[in-house]
Design a protein around this ligand. Structure first.
Ligand code: MET
Ligand SMILES: [Zn+2]
Length: 787
């Protein structure tokens, strides 16, 4: 065992026993969203926006103290962000890509203007790319690095928060994405030299972090939190063992300076997964506290048993992340306390924390006044989770008996939930238990291809991904219907007129396979959640997705079944209007799970199976009603891939299995499509193959068909539609541009397999650019076909 440098300091501080890793930033009523969007529109000044942000931060701190976090000692995290925490780190490091030099000049010294320019781009600049944060549905702004990317500590925002908190009588803890995770999430800029990796600049970046920490210490911060979720992921550019070495190197430097003057005490966190293999080594670093996610992860049993863990943590505190920051269920307090107590009893200075930042859950269950009271009693949003952390901390400090009443109340909630009607539905379970492998297989590909000839689909067939622009009129009609201002008949009439318009438009444009346009859907998951049994929807349960965008995930609380058809009326109406095939449109089981809060009392695989059976019945009904092509979207297939390599095979097995269960009841004549809207699917290409869909559409335009080569090499034999129109921007791609992309694809993939379509749905686009782009798309397909 190497010497533990912090063990040598007898006065090593500890955090109060109750803390959380972060809190929702957008505000209880999405105040920050409104304030930022008003500022973007020019309806308010930067000073007004800063005032709103300051008030929100102050209210958050006060609320956290009210809920039970101590005001002193660094328990309250400063997790505010105007847009994204990775982007905040970019600003704090001064790592503004050269291509934004013009935007920096325009910003005239305003960090906020620079931040928004990076996040959103402007007329001259493409914004930073956005991508999903670990295995969540939150998106961060991807840093861009090359050999010359500037670096200069800019601690202003962090220091301001510490100062504000002190003025409020609260000793808070600034939070920053750690240097190793930051660089592992960065990408090489377009100007980077051959072979450059952002990680090549780790030592320089660590030096800037050291400056930031010094500024925080000077401002009076006693603690800083550095988040290193890279420690739990096998999906990064370097293997996990290497990540640990990089963390050791970075924190030897960061922790190696004098605590108090050169830096605050450091809390190093490892949220979103299992760090058990690394935990003992992290304890030996010169940091004052280490956090472990003990919801997704586990305790290192052998190191705990043989005392290695306790030795490593002599002088280092361990924050046990036992309250789940990813879901909305009340915690099994007795089990959580037992886990933390094992660490405590092993002689480790133990604190209670959340598994990860609470940014992934809504604010407060108390706001959900419309929710069924019994269901509500089972739930815990961010505020309730903070209270649970405080209870557990009391139990850890004062002994189980001190919180026996709270533990008993939690036991009663769990028992009530387990016994409640609908949580287990005998018929649903019996049907799921009877599923056989035969239910997951369709006939051989060639046989299906033959049977589908009757569809008369041309080579390079043109189609769209499903949604057409969600216009203001559509939103207004939906809102009026929800408020009861128009009745069901009026609303249905409106939607039918909309469908007819979209069908006629597609015929005019000349698309081969049509869609009904999805005007009836508020959201591709919530729409189904509202129609399936076993789900509930919230009123205020907003969770940040990126920037000012938030989603309201549904709550999947019970066994899932389908009381009635969900999409048949719309799809069959659309089909009745045209001779061309109209695709039925469903959201797949994995995506429905990924974008909802799911029950935690059974494996995800079992829940997916129930959703799949409901979708299987829907497909039967669609086909019965005359639909011959059904698309089942699975855009979240990649997102739910476990960070832990050991868990990936099992995941791919059940996720692919649930898709096949949903789709394999379809006769050979029925063409099954799927859609995945990202291009980095190298890792899951076998899974995509395993879905066995007749046609798969994917994102490809932004990467200029990068995905096509791996597909060609893989010998992918079914239909594939690599997007030729980037729907993320209002820009209209020309005929030539789209034809060029089709040709790139056609060079690797036989024409009869190739489909021509946009990257994703068109719901966020306007009609003008949509019609122009699709007209060009059809023309591009014709040009290439004729060549
Ligand atoms: C995020 S994937 C979206 C697929 C859906 N069918 C749409 O077109 O909007
Ligand atoms: Zn998509």
């Amino acid at each position: 065992m190497t010497a533990n440098p912090s063990a040598a300091a007898p006065e090593a501080p500890t955090l109060p026993p109750a803390t959380i890793l972060g809190y929702p930033r957008i505000g209880r009523r999405r105040e920050l969203k409104r304030a930022i969007e008003a500022f973007w529109k020019g309806a308010s000044s930067e000073a007004q926006l800063q005032d709103t942000a300051r008030e929100l931060r102050a209210a958050t701190r006060a609320r956290l103290v009210e809920l039970g976090l101590p005001a002193a000692g660094g328990a309250v995290p400063e997790s505010f962000s105007f847009y994204d925490q990775v982007l905040d780190a970019t600003i704090a490091l001064g790592a503004i890509p050269h291509r934004f030099a013009g935007a920096v000049a325009d910003a005239a010294g305003s960090d906020l203007a620079v931040l928004f320019a990076l996040a959103r781009g402007d007329k001259d600049h493409q914004p930073l790319e956005m991508t999903k944060w670990f295995d969540t549905n939150y998106h961060y702004s991807v840093p861009e690095f090359d050999e010359r990317t500037p670096l200069a500590a800019n601690p202003a925002a962090l220091v301001a928060q510490v100062t504000e908190a002190r003025a409020q009588g609260i000793e808070s803890r600034p939070v920053l994405v750690g240097p190793v995770t930051y660089l592992l999430l960065a990408k090489a800029s377009a100007e980077a030299g051959e072979g450059f990796r952002p990680l090549d600049r780790l030592d320089e970046v660590v030096a800037v972090y050291a400056e930031l920490l010094a500024a925080l210490a000077a401002a009076g911060a006693s603690w800083v939190q550095l988040d290193e979720p890279a420690l739990v992921s096998d999906s990064l550019p370097v293997p996990r063992a290497e990540v640990l070495k990089l963390v050791e190197r970075a924190y030897a430097t960061l922790g190696g300076t004098a605590r108090g003057t050169a830096r605050p005490a450091i809390l190093l966190t490892a949220p979103y997964g299992d760090s058990s293999q690394a935990l003992a080594r992290l304890g030996a670093l010169p940091v004052e506290a280490v956090h472990a996610d003990l919801v997704r992860g586990s305790l290192p049993e052998s190191a705990l048993a043989d005392g290695t863990l306790a030795t490593a943590y002599a002088g280092t505190q361990l924050i046990a992340g036992v309250v789940d920051g990813r879901n909305i269920w009340r915690t099994d307090l007795r089990a959580a306390l037992a886990t933390a107590t094992r660490l405590h009893d092993a002689g480790i200075a133990t604190g209670i924390g959340t598994s990860n930042s609470l940014q992934h859950v809504p604010h407060d269950v108390a706001d959900e006044t419309q929710l069924d009271a019994r269901l509500r009693s089972w739930l815990a949003f961010a505020d309730q989770k903070v209270e649970q952390v405080a209870i557990l901390a009391r139990g850890l400090e004062d002994g189980t008996a001190a919180v026996e009443a709270e533990l008993a109340a939690a036991d009663a909630v769990l028992a009530d939930r387990a016994a409640a009607p609908g949580v287990r539905d005998g018929a649903v379970r019996e049907r799921a238990a009877g599923v056989t492998e035969a239910d997951r297989s369709r006939a051989a590909e060639a046989e299906r291809r033959e049977a589908q000839r009757g569809l008369e689909i041309p080579q390079l067939a043109t189609t769209t991904i499903g949604s057409f622009p969600q216009t203001t009129e559509i939103r207004k009609a939906r809102a009026a219907f929800t408020r009861g201002e128009i009745d069901q008949d009026a609303y249905d009439g409106f939607l039918r007129a909309e469908i007819e318009r979209v069908i006629r438009l597609q015929e005019e444009i000349g698309l081969d396979v049509l869609v009904h346009g999805e005007a009836e859907r508020n959201d591709m998951v919530q729409y189904f959640a509202e129609l399936l049994d076993g789900f509930a929807v919230t009123e205020h349960g907003w969770v940040q997705s990126y920037g000012t965008r938030a989603t309201r995930p549904s709550i999947l609380w019970g066994d899932v079944s389908r009381p009635a058809p969900m999409t048949v009326a719309w799809s069959s109406y659309a089909q009745s209007l045209t001779e061309r095939p109209v695709k039925g449109m469903l959201t797949g089981p994995v995506t429905i799970l990924a974008w909802s809060f799911v029950r935690d009392d059974q494996p995800l695989a079992d829940t997916a199976e129930q959703v799949a059976l409901a979708l299987r019945d829907e497909i039967d009904d669609l086909v019965e009603a005359g639909i011959s092509i059904v698309q089942v979207d699975e855009p979240a297939l990649r997102e739910l891939l476990p960070l832990d390599a050991d868990r990936q095979a099992d995941y791919l097995d059940w996720s692919v299995g649930s898709f096949r269960l949903a789709t394999s009841g379809a006769a050979n004549e029925v063409q099954i499509h799927t859609h995945l809207c990202y291009s980095e699917f190298g890792e899951i290409i076998d899974a995509v193959d395993g879905l066995d869909a007749d046609v798969t559409s994917i994102e490809a335009a932004r990467s200029r068909m990068d995905v096509v080569a791996p597909l060609g090499d893989h010998g992918y034999s079914r239909g594939i539609g690599p997007g030729v129109y980037d729907i993320h921007s209002p820009r209209v791609p020309s005929v030539d541009e789209q034809a060029e992309l089709i040709r790139i694809a056609a060079a690797r993939i036989p024409g009869e397999q190739l489909w021509v379509n946009p990257d994703c749905g068109l719901k966020t686009r306007g009609y003008e650019e949509t019609v122009a782009s699709l007209t060009n798309l059809v023309q591009a397909a014709r040009t290439v076909r004729g060549a």
